[in-house]
Design a protein around this ligand. Structure first.
Ligand code: PCA
Length: 213
């Protein structure tokens, strides 16, 4: 069994990306599965190309992409990727698409094929704050999540895939008021738990993870 885990390079005003830092620190083997770690550019289109190349090269069974969601306080397991790019800030190559499809021939949206509820459950059991998220935004993270699920739908049918957002870490919020953060070690431990749960659960469990408005 092989699990590919990706982390984005820093973007915006940040010097580090906690997603990438945590991915780098993950275990190399989990439950006998080989963990392949990949850095992806925070760039529209290019991020999907880099991911596709790595999937082709490594033929993983599971793919988990990880990104920073500054301002969130928990690990958030994304439920859905949508077919839209609407960038509030330029990406690392200066692209700023507005209301553009990720793929013209794709569905409006794709759901994560990871056992998202079981993952949240296992994280909570390990005392790591986590919840389901029903939006990955409309920037490069949603773009890559949608791109991954599009690729799975079109040509990698047997892969299970999805996306996880992580909060800022301590050193990023020293100059920000009232902004939540987690310890890098806790995020890293969380990613290891997420991989373990993704291997363990073939089907998701039926518990609520929804929200009211
Ligand atoms: N977070 C951004 C893109 C890269 C990252 O780590 C996002 O949430 O879209």
């Amino acid at each position: 069994m092989k699990v590919l885990v990706t982390g984005f390079e820093p973007f915006g005003k940040e010097k580090i990306n906690p997603a990438l830092e945590a991915v780098k620190r993950m275990k190399d083997k989990i439950q006998g599965a080989e963990i392949i770690k990949l850095e992806v550019p925070t760039v529209f289109n290019k991020s999907i190309k880099v991911l596709d190349k790595s999937i082709k090269e490594h033929t993983p069974d599971i793919v988990i992409c990880v990104g920073q969601a500054g301002g969130r306080s928990n690990l958030t397991i994304e439920r859905v990727g949508i077919n839209i790019d609407d960038a509030r800030i330029p990406d690392n190559d200066g692209n700023q698409p507005i209301d553009k499809e990720v793929f013209k021939d794709g569905e409006n949206a794709y759901f994560s094929s990871l056992p998202i509820k079981a993952i949240v459950n296992e994280l909570i059991k390990e005392k790591i704050p986590a919840e389901i998220s029903n939006t990955a935004g409309t920037y490069v993270c949603n773009h890559l999540m949608y791109g991954l699920l599009y690729l799975i739908d079109k040509k990698y049918k047997n892969i299970k895939g999805g996306f996880v957002h992580v909060p800022f870490i301590q050193e990023q919020v020293l100059d920000k008021k009232n902004t939540p953060s987690m310890f890098l070690d806790e995020i890293t431990r969380g990613l290891n738990v997420i991989v373990k749960a993704s291997i363990k659960y073939d089907k998701d469990i039926k518990v609520t993870g929804g929200t009211t408005c």
